[in-house]
Write a protein that binds this ligand. Structure first.
Ligand SMILES: Cc1ncc(C[n+]2csc(CCOP(=O)(O)OP(=O)(O)O)c2C)c(N)n1
Ligand SMILES: [Mg+2]
Length: 919
């Protein structure tokens, strides 16, 4: 049809309408029917020339853009220009009528504005320094309200709710809305940012950990919300492709993003994925209030134009909402294109200035640049000039954009909405650089605010900034509740509906308890075997979500490619070069189970969070296993791990190729000696450093039971190594010890003169086991070797007990588990770790007689394992000497023996020490 339209237009005159400025020359004659390509080109050129001459470059631009648009509509693939004129993308004639009651919606919005402002002002009046933000929500109110009244779909009636990533510091607006919806009461609002108050309070920002029935997504660490939203929308498609999404209408993912937030690499870093994956379930709304915290986002340029170019280049559908309805008449009158030219010329710094100055300033400086433009606004008073609103404050424009966005097919949409920071705050912060920090308002400012938004608060009460909510049966509340009912219930709302899984126990994996026989393998390989067993498991196999950032071959996971396939929305359109290579060929499939994310730990972590919170967002328990290069875990994406905890994500993080000396050859950047410390900082993360296959199986089974059967909202981190050795059979009765964090693995020989205890973890337990032999054979010492699977667990338990004792001084004191365990043993305690010494040191204070620790502080080096372990002093010899020295300290062996051992074991006592900073 569109093609027919193009053909039809050939016959009509393409010349533009004459302008007042000059009479256009006669239009070129239409080319004859059989015109050649050259004739067509010439005629188009002359049309362009005429437009350029008479109407200026902007109109010429529009003309070409219009032609390209026609081609595209006719299905002809055409490259998108990266930028379009600085006007609304949706022309006024294509705007749909507004479906709601504008007047009543304005009243609701005004009340939300007032209550949001009052919440922050009150909080800071009662307790100065509590903080909160007024101005960000003030700029967002229309963007949110139109969505609340017409777009956000709730999760009632068996459907899945839209997933909305609200801008982090606009929470007062969300709370004010929930108050008007009668979901929160005044008490809650009074306790904004007073979470420890009696009866609880409201968290400063969206934190599912703190308000688990309300918030779904933490967003206030800028950049993470947008990133998460992309992977969430993609994850939804993955679930759908695998038949795991209930067959209901697909929910939409909305992300509200600050324009300043777009500076974060995480915000824009993955946008091409959204276009590549045709995520038309994803809508971003960038609130372009032109300001960030300190000042303008792009004072010398235009953030909207910059973002448009980036998003269009990445293949997104871009809808600009720049100008409010009041500008439509002016734009229609502007036949010369001069107004659009002026709009393009002014930079964001200018626009910010126009938002704080009176109409006379706008007249002089904006319109006054060209006499023709001054004429254009002759009929408007100065006051009317200030009321020429920006698109993001105009519900009609915003509605049009949202409607176009939800109807857009084939790719994600970004709405770039121009607003004013602190809108409505007047001198208290509208458009001011201090706006972001504004937390108080004086009486005059409050009165102005009240008048501007018609808030029915009495004169004498204004200074008290009382919260205001009309009665439940008032027209406003009835209207908004009715809208929410029609849209399926309240948003945001976090509801856990997932059925518990029957997770397999250790008995389901007898091979792990048996050990590896004569076969040497690494803990990574042991884990991969467990993973493929789990994937094959009849009850939970389908729930397993393996996630990997381009390292499957490094970790030996590639056989899973053929087994369950790599998820690809397009399937596999080519024959992989390694198709004939058996099990590990690169097999992409539309229902693939593996998320092979490419080289993006940030993206992989985002997928982990999406999978690990599916129990709350989609009502389905999934078991994510995200395996990555251990150095690029919390060290690289620490804030996302923190976010995972706040999101109450469940699942397993697996730091492979871990250990500072076990990963030989790779050197400083790759050798991880600190991830357990970072994992230790995350409250809901259980950190383990297992040494053997059966330990991994025990930990994973126990973790699955706790998370997916019992519903505990926790997650796990396991260090995995790539050193091959025989995996021993499981000793009797060690399961509890493995889970708690410490158990005796191998008792030393009988009949020796001295006794010692050595704790090892992960691969480096081999240093302890070899030292056990050396000590017995050469130094008459019987050392017991323990596997310390989790120092974090031991420490946390001990801290709890210690605190209980402190607070119950008259009751018999309890004993920390680690103390209870170790005080029965004799001899000094030595720990050896492939991580920094601070890892075992965590339990030092509860170890009878103290703990000697060997660890790998300092930068890694590329060399062999043996050299590295000697260098970092964590090999069998160093462990032997440390044990002898500890015995000598207790007066049990002579110092001469230690000196002799240093010599015999070829240890250079003057060698340099890898730890860098010394005092
Ligand atoms: C990662 C991170 N860095 C810094 C901050 C502190 N911060 C909070 S709001 C803000 C400015 C936000 O500007 P913008 O995104 O434009 O949002 P607006 O308030 O203007 O809507 C900053 C820097 C943060 N929350 N997260
Ligand atoms: Mg901003």
């Amino acid at each position: 049809m569109a093609v027919a339209k193009i053909k039809k237009q050939k016959k009509t005159s393409p010349a533009p309408a004459p302008t007042e400025a000059s009479e256009p020359p006669a239009p070129p004659p239409p080319p004859p029917a059989a015109a050649s390509h050259q004739d067509w080109l010439r005629s188009l050129e002359s049309m362009l020339e005429i437009t350029l001459k008479n109407q200026g470059p902007d109109k010429a631009n529009l003309l070409v853009a219009g032609l390209i648009e026609r081609l595209r509509a006719a299905g002809v693939p055409t490259p998108s220009p990266v930028s379009t004129p600085y006007i609304n993308t949706i022309p006024v004639e294509k705007e749909p009528p507004y479906p709601g009651n504008r007047e009543i919606e304005r009243r609701i919005k005004s009340l939300a504005r007032w209550n949001a402002m009052a919440m922050v002002v009150n909080a800071n009046q009662n307790e100065s320094g509590v903080g909160g933000h007024i101005s960000s929500y003030a700029s967002m109110a229309t963007l949110y309200e139109v969505a609340y009244n017409h777009f956000f779909r709730g999760g009632e009636g068996g459907r899945l709710a839209d997933l909305v990533y609200f801008q982090g510091h606009t929470t007062p607006g969300n709370y004010a809305r929930a108050f008007l919806e009668y979901r929160l009461d005044e008490g809650h609002l009074h306790n904004f940012r007073m979470e420890l108050a009696d009866g609880g309070g409201l968290s400063s920002y969206p934190h599912p950990y703190l308000m688990p029935d309300f918030w779904q997504f933490p967003t206030v660490s800028m950049g993470l919300g947008p990133l998460m939203s992309i992977y969430q929308a993609r994850f939804m498609r993955y679930l759908k492709a695998r038949g795991l999404l209930p067959s209901v209408e697909e929910p939409r993912v909305w992300a509200f993003v600050g324009d300043g937030e777009s500076d974060e690499p995480e915000t824009l870093g993955s946008i091409t994925l959204a276009a590549r994956e045709n995520l038309d379930n994803l809508i971003w709304v960038v609130n372009c209030n032109l300001q960030r915290l300190d000042g303008p986002v792009r004072g010398n340029g235009k953030i909207i134009q910059e973002l448009e170019g980036i998003f269009r280049g990445a293949g997104w559908n871009v809808i600009k909402v720049i100008w409010g309805t009041a500008w439509d008449d002016l734009l229609a009158l502007d036949k010369s294109g001069l107004l659009v030219k002026r709009m393009e010329e002014a930079v964001d710094g200018d626009y910010q200035k126009y938002s704080v100055e009176p109409g006379s300033y706008i007249r002089r400086h904006f319109f006054g640049k060209y006499p023709e433009l001054l004429k254009l606004v002759d009929h408007l008073s100065d006051d009317e000039l200030t009321r020429l609103t920006r698109g993001g404050h105009d519900p009609k424009k915003v509605y049009a954009a949202y409607k176009a966005a939800v109807e857009h097919k084939g790719g994600p949409t970004v709405i770039l909405a121009k607003t004013i920071k602190g809108y409505g705050l007047g001198e208290a912060g509208e458009g001011r650089n201090i706006s972001h920090q504004q937390k108080k308002m004086n009486e005059k400012e409050l009165r102005e605010f009240r008048a501007r938004f018609d808030i029915p608060v009495r004169d004498e009460d204004v200074v008290e900034t009382p919260f205001y909510r009309p009665a439940k049966d008032s027209p406003e509340i009835r209207y908004l509740l009715d809208r929410r009912r029609k849209l399926g219930g309240f948003v945001p709302k976090r509801a856990v509906k997932a059925e518990p899984l029957q997770t397999p126990g250790l008995a389901a994996f007898p091979d792990f308890a048996k050990g590896s026989g004569m076969a040497e393998l690494s803990t990574t390989m042991a884990f991969v075997r467990l993973l493929s067993n789990l994937i094959r498991d009849k009850t939970i196999g389908r729930q397993v979500v393996p996630i990997i950032p381009d390292e499957a071959r490094t970790f030996g996971i590639d056989p899973l490619f053929a087994q369950v396939g790599i998820y690809s929305s397009k399937g596999q359109l080519y024959e992989p070069v390694d198709k004939s290579s058996g099990l590990s060929f690169y097999h992409e499939a539309q229902d693939g189970q593996i998320l092979e994310e490419g080289i993006t730990e940030a993206g992989s972590m985002a997928s982990f969070v999406a999978a690990g919170t599916a129990y709350a967002n989609y009502g389905i328990n999934l078991i994510p296993f995200y395996i990555y290069y251990s150095m690029f875990g919390p060290q690289r994406v620490g804030d996302e791990v923190w976010l995972a905890a706040d999101s109450r994500a469940k699942g397993f993080l697996l730091g492979a190729t871990s250990g500072r000396t076990t990963l030989n050859g790779e050197g400083l950047q790759h050798q991880d000696g600190h991830s357990p410390i970072l994992a230790g900082t995350v409250p809901t993360l259980y950190a383990y450093d297992p040494a053997f296959g059966y330990e991994i199986a025990i930990i994973v089974c126990d973790g699955m039971r706790r998370m997916f059967q019992n519903g505990e909202e926790i997650f796990y981190y396991l260090c995995l190594y790539n050193e091959n050795y025989l995996m021993p059979p499981m000793p009797a009765s060690v399961e509890e010890g493995v889970v708690k964090g410490l158990y005796k693995f191998k008792t030393g020989p009988e009949g020796k003169k001295h006794k010692a205890q050595i704790l090892g973890s992960g691969s480096i337990i081999r240093s302890a086991l070899q030292a056990q032999e050396i000590l017995a054979e050469r130094y008459d010492v019987s050392a017991d070797v323990w596997s310390a699977t989790s120092y974090k667990n031991l420490r946390n338990e001990a801290l709890l007990v210690e605190r209980w004792n402190r607070l119950h001084p008259t009751e018999p004191p309890k004993k920390p588990h680690v103390r209870e365990l170790l005080e029965k043993e004799s001899g000094p305690f030595v720990a050896v770790s492939d991580y920094m010494k601070i890892v075992p040191d965590q339990i030092g204070k509860w170890v009878p007689g103290g703990l000697t620790t060997l660890g790998t502080d300092g930068f890694g080096r590329s060399d062999t394992r043996a050299h590295l372990r000697r260098f970092f002093e964590v090999d069998a010899e160093a462990t032997t000497v440390a044990t002898l020295h500890a015995l000598a300290q207790r007066g049990e062996v002579d110092n001469e023996i230690v000196a002799r051992a240093i010599k015999d074991l070829n240890i250079d006592p003057e060698k340099r020490f890898p730890q860098i900073v010394a005092f």
